[in-house]
Each structure stands twice: as structure tokens, then as C-alpha cells.
Design a protein around this ligand. Structure first.
Ligand SMILES: Nc1ncnc2c1ncn2[C@@H]1O[C@H](COP(=O)(O)OP(=O)(O)OP(=O)(O)O)[C@@H](O)[C@H]1O
Ligand SMILES: [Mg+2]
Length: 594
């Protein structure tokens, strides 16, 4: 009920329309009353008295009644439809806006398919419960009360019989509907699961193929589909059974009314017209009664959906602006980690008491084995997550005390995985700076060694990526991401394995460009290539979430330790290089650095 009350708030801004709908509903309900009475007049007055005029009057009255009723119904349905669509609109918009604000941690543990289901299926269920359910509930209750009143006025004995049959009818529905709903809920859950599987498996079809698991995946999917089939049939069976039993009960009611009513008419206890009218009113009784029961069942169903949607809306973003967060219009780019401890799940820290300080304009290479916590360091700097203990400081400001939006503007990141959107190349490049001119986009692309490739495409920068556009190679994607970061022109630049997918020739080109790009910024470079590392001013060596060394290449390489080991292991080929090649590598590294 709490949930439902909260949901009703969504109708509040439109209370005028809700009020109007309710009024129109009463009009529609009331307009149902005269019809059986007209029938009564035809049978009791017009036929025995051979009254032609009365028949004409009734003809026009029926026509007028239904014309008005049609108009009112149309307006009513339009209004209710509008309210429903509007609530969907509000809820979806609000949910999406909220999802955008939620921190990465929220997404870490959730399947995208499930999040999507909340924005689609769940909101549809809510809309139905709120408008169809709630709005028509009022009409149905009103109709029931009015019709029952009329039945008693017309013939109380017949009305009593009906009052015995009606609960039987309703009970039958209640029992079967709850079972139908249970099946529906299960069907929905399976549907959600099926969607998740589909998204995952279709999205990663290459993996399936590489391991030749098509047959296995098909079989597994077959199981899911077969399960859905079984449930679907169960639902159909229950539905049809309900249809059949309710018809029998209804027939029992109608039959009894005709039988008992017939004897009452024979005994002159009521006119034939009144029996006919009574019969007419009976028709108005069953459907609203069932809808009221159905609404109750639906409510429980909708409740689960409402809960899920509100759960999303109630999740507070973990990364928020402190009340006294300051605006930092510009930064010099000094970065300090002071005794930082952090875990994606706070019980399992992946960074332990990490401290280091970086001067503005420095190039810092972060090296270390896989899983050492290199990406985690830069994730904290970009404030995708907040530390569990300690401080991350930029220009001496704890990042938690700086307005998120201004902080992010100073930090650019080329992440380990490049994600591009299904829009044009140009739009992708200027994603981080929407007011960039075409010239700026082109110059960024040039720096990322991307321009020639783009110009070789028929549509140039307007070429679309994705479903109805071109597909990019891993290296091209990385260069897109670099161009994007160049254009955003951040003060602190993070390159997380940003050149891993480039061939050595392209890398050399990009590296040279990056050399320029890095000037005047503080740079964090996570890389496995010697050239990049030689390029750095200082090297941060990480292992198992700790900083084990921090210094220049010359110092680190000449003393025993992790760096020396890594260097020997990864770059021993350097020793094997021809003198020419080594010369070339070093020249280029120094050139890029200068
Ligand atoms: N989103 C996440 N949720 C939970 N744990 C995570 C998450 N991302 C990383 N981890 C864990 O944190 C630890 C450090 O991961 P991190 O990504 O920082 O390593 P890395 O040094 O960047 O490794 P690589 O060189 O392979 O990219 C790992 O043990 C990893 O399992
Ligand atoms: Mg990483």
C-alpha cells in the first residue's frame, strides 16, 4: 500500500485530468442505466398498446444516448491513455536520469539486461496498474453499486438469487487468477533471464564460435525456450479453464433468473418487460465484479514491479558532491595519494595504504603485474569510486571536496576498453567537448594518426559506427579514444593501456603525437611497452595493491627489485635488438619525450 500511495504521487501533477476522468467515468456508468429501461418500455408499453410513436421516441432516445455515450467514452479513454503514457514518460525519464547519476559501483554487480527490464517491462506493468487498474476500479465499483441497487428495486427475490451466484463467480476468478498470475510472474522472470542470455551470447558470439560451443548454447537456449513453452501452455490452460467455468456459473445465474423470473411473471409478480430489463442489468454485473478481483491480483503483481523501480530510484549515488564542494575552474595538475586504502568491496581492499606525489606536468608510468591495481589507481583519481581510507588530492584539494563535474573536466581518460557509440566518427570524437568545431575535431584526429584513415572512407567524418555503419579494428578504436581525449584537452591525462592494440608503426606515430599531447599536462600512463615507459619522468611500480618502488628508470633499473625483474623479463629483447634498432628506439623515445 505504501508503494501504491507513492505511485499515486505520479498522478498528482495531473489531478485535473484525473478528476475529469473520474467524472466522465460516472457519466459512462450512468449512461448504462437507461438501456434496459427502454427495453422494458418496448415490451410493457409499446407492444401491448401498439404505440408506434413510443417506438420512434425510443429509437431516437437510444441513438442519442449512445451518441453521447460514445463521445464521453472516447474522451475518457483518450484521457486515461494520456495519463498512462504520461506516467510512463515521467517514470522512464526519472529512472534514466537517475541511472545516469548512479556510480559505477552500482553497475559493477548488475546485468545490463536486468536494468533494462526495469525501464521497460516493469514500467509498463506499473502504468497498467495505475491507470487501467486504478481509474477503471472507480467505474467498476460505482457500476456494481448502482446496478445492484436497480436489481433490488426491480425484483428483490431475483436480486437475492443473483447475490448468491455472484460471489461464486468472483470466487472462481479469485482462485484461478492467482494461479494464472503466479505463472505470469514466472514467465516474466524467465523472459528477463532469456533476454540477459540473449544479449550476452549474441554480443559475444565470437567467443562461442571460437570454442565451437554453438551446439551447447543452442541446447541451453532450447531448454529455456522449452520451459517458456510449458509455462505458456500452463497459462493458456488455466485461462481457458477459467473461461469455461465462469461461463457455466454465469449460465447458472442467468438460467435461474429466467426460471424463477418466469414463474414470477406468470404469477403477475412482475411485468415481462421488467424481467427483460433485469436480464439486461445482469450483463452489467459480472464484468466489473471480475475486474475488481483482477485488480487486486494485479496489484500484487504490479507491487513487485513497483518495488524494483523504486529500488533503482532510491539507490543513492555513492559519488556525490559534498555540500561544501568547491568549484575548481582550473588546476595545475599536482596529484597526491595519501595513505589510500580501497576495495571495490570494502571488505576486500585491492589498494593498501598507497601514498605518492606527482608534480604538475610530470609523466608517470605505472607498471606492475596484471591485477596489481594499476587501473584501480586511475579509477580513484577519476573518482569513479571513493577511497575507503586516506585521501586523493588534486592541487591539494581532496577530490571529494571538489564539485564532481569540474573535477572530471580536468581529467581525461583513455580507458583499457574503448567504447564508441553508434553515431558518426565526428560525434564520437567530440563526445567530451560538444562545442568543438570541425577543424578542432580534424586536428585531434590528426594527432591520433586517424585523419588519413577517416578521409579514406567515402563519408569521411560523417561515417557512422556500429550497426548500420562501419566496424573499427581494435587499434582504430583506440585511436578514436585518443582523439577524443586530445579534443577534451584535460589537465590530467590518463592513458590506461591506450596503445596496446596498435602495431609498432602506428604506435610510433601515435606516441609521437602523444608526446606533444602530454606536454603541459600531468600524465599517468599504464603501459607494457618499453618505449612508453622510457618516456616517463618517473615510474610507479605496483604489486598486489602496494607501491613497491617509485623513481626514474635509471635509478630503478639499476637496483634489484620488481622493476629490474620486470624489465629483464619483459624487455630482455631490447638486449637482443640490433644496435641500429636500439638506437632508433631510443632516439624516438627521447624525441617523443622532448
Ligand atoms: N569493478 C571491479 N569490481 C571488483 N573488483 C575489481 C573491479 N575491477 C578490478 N577489480 C579487482 O581489483 C584488483 C586490481 O585490479 P586492476 O584492474 O586495478 O588491475 P590492473 O593492475 O589494472 O591489471 P591489468 O594490468 O590486468 O589491467 C584485481 O584483483 C581485480 O580483480
Ligand atoms: Mg588495468
Amino acid at each position: 500500500m505504501e508503494n501504491y500511495k507513492r505511485l499515486l504521487q505520479y498522478l498528482k501533477p495531473y489531478r485535473f485530468r484525473v478528476g475529469l476522468s473520474v467524472a466522465l467515468m460516472f457519466a459512462v456508468t450512468l449512461s448504462a442505466i437507461p438501456m434496459p429501461l427502454f427495453q422494458k418500455q418496448v415490451i410493457d408499453a409499446a407492444i401491448p398498446n401498439r404505440d408506434e410513436r413510443l417506438l420512434v421516441v425510443i429509437f431516437f432516445a437510444v441513438l442519442a444516448l449512445y451518441a453521447v455515450r460514445g463521445l464521453v467514452s472516447f474522451t475518457l479513454n483518450y484521457l486515461v491513455g494520456w495519463l498512462g503514457q504520461r506516467v510512463i514518460f515521467d517514470l522512464r525519464f526519472q529512472s534514466y536520469r537517475h541511472l545516469q547519476r548512479l556510480s559505477l559501483a552500482y553497475y559493477d554487480g548488475r546485468q545490463p539486461g536486468k536494468i533494462m527490464a526495469r525501464l521497460t517491462g516493469d514500467i509498463d506493468v506499473i502504468q497498467y496498474a495505475l491507470t487501467q487498474g486504478f481509474v477503471y476500479l472507480i467505474t467498476d465499483v460505482a457500476t456494481l453499486l448502482i446496478v445492484v441497487g436497480w436489481l433490488f428495486l426491480l425484483q428483490w427475490k431475483l436480486a437475492l438469487i443473483t447475490m448468491f451466484i455472484l460471489p461464486l463467480y468472483v470466487l472462481n476468478y479469485k482462485l484461478l487468477l492467482s494461479r494464472i498470475r503466479i505463472v505470469s510472474v514466472e514467465l516474466r522472470e524467465r523472459w528477463e533471464k532469456m533476454m540477459s542470455t540473449l544479449t550476452e551470447k549474441v554480443g559475444s558470439i565470437a567467443v562461442v564460435k571460437v570454442f565451437a560451443r554453438e551446439g551447447y548454447e543452442t541446447d541451453r537456449f532450447m531448454e529455456t525456450v522449452a520451459g517458456n513453452f510449458k509455462l505458456g501452455m500452463q497459462q493458456t490452460k488455466l485461462n481457458r479453464f477459467l473461461g469455461a467455468t465462469s461461463q457455466v456459473i454465469r449460465a447458472l445465474g442467468t438460467g435461474l433468473v429466467l426460471w424463477v423470473g418466469g414463474t414470477i411473471v406468470q404469477d403477475r409478480g412482475m411485468t415481462p418487460g421488467a424481467l427483460f430489463a433485469f436480464y439486461g442489468y445482469l450483463g452489467y454485473l459480472y464484468d466489473p465484479a471480475v475486474r475488481i478481483v483482477d485488480f487486486n491480483v494485479q496489484l500484487q503483481w504490479a507491487n513487485a514491479a513497483i518495488e524494483r523501480v523504486f529500488e533503482t530510484l532510491d539507490t543513492r549515488p555513492e559519488i556525490v558532491d559534498a555540500p561544501d564542494a568547491v568549484h575548481l575552474p582550473s588546476v595545475r595538475g599536482e596529484v597526491e595519494f595519501r595513505n589510500v586504502t580501497f576495495g571495490y568491496d570494502s571488505d576486500h581492499p585491492v589498494l593498501h595504504d598507497v601514498s605518492f606525489k606527482v608534480n604538475p606536468g610530470e609523466i608517470i608510468a605505472i607498471v606492475g603485474p596484471s591485477g596489481a591495481g594499476k587501473s584501480t589507481i586511475v579509477n580513484l583519481l577519476a573518482r569513479f569510486y571513493d577511497v575507503n581510507a586516506g585521501h586523493v588530492l588534486v592541487d591539494g584539494h581532496d577530490v571529494r571536496n571538489v564539485r564532481l563535474e569540474t573535477m572530471r573536466r580536468h581529467i581525461g581518460m583513455v580507458a583499457q576498453e574503448t567504447i564508441l557509440f553508434s553515431v558518426s566518427l565526428k560525434e564520437n570524437i567530440r563526445y567530451g567537448k560538444k562545442d568543438a568545431t570541425t577543424d578542432q575535431v580534424i586536428s585531434a584526429a590528426r594527432s591520433a594518426d586517424l585523419h588519413e584513415f577517416v578521409m579514406s572512407l567515402p563519408d569521411g567524418y560523417e561515417t557512422k559506427i556500429g550497426e548500420d555503419g562501419i566496424k573499427l579494428s581494435g587499434g582504430q578504436k583506440q585511436r578514436m579514444a585518443i582523439a577524443r581525449a586530445i579534443l577534451a584537452n584535460p589537465r590530467i591525462l590518463i592513458l590506461d593501456d591506450a596503445t596496446s592494440a596498435l602495431d609498432s608503426h602506428t604506435e610510433a606515430n601515435v606516441q609521437a603525437a602523444l608526446g606533444h599531447l602530454m606536454e603541459g599536462r600531468t600524465n599517468f600512463v599504464i603501459a607494457h611497452r618499453l618505449s612508453t615507459i622510457l618516456n616517463a619522468d618517473r615510474i610507479l611500480v605496483m604489486s598486489e595493491g602496494r607501491i613497491v618502488d617509485f623513481g626514474t628508470h635509471t635509478v630503478l633499473v639499476n637496483r634489484p627489485g620488481l622493476y629490474q625483474d620486470l624489465y629483464r623479463e619483459q624487455f630482455k629483447t631490447v638486449e637482443d635488438l640490433s644496435d641500429d634498432d636500439r638506437e632508433r628506439l631510443l632516439t624516438y623515445a627521447t624525441a617523443a619525450h622532448a
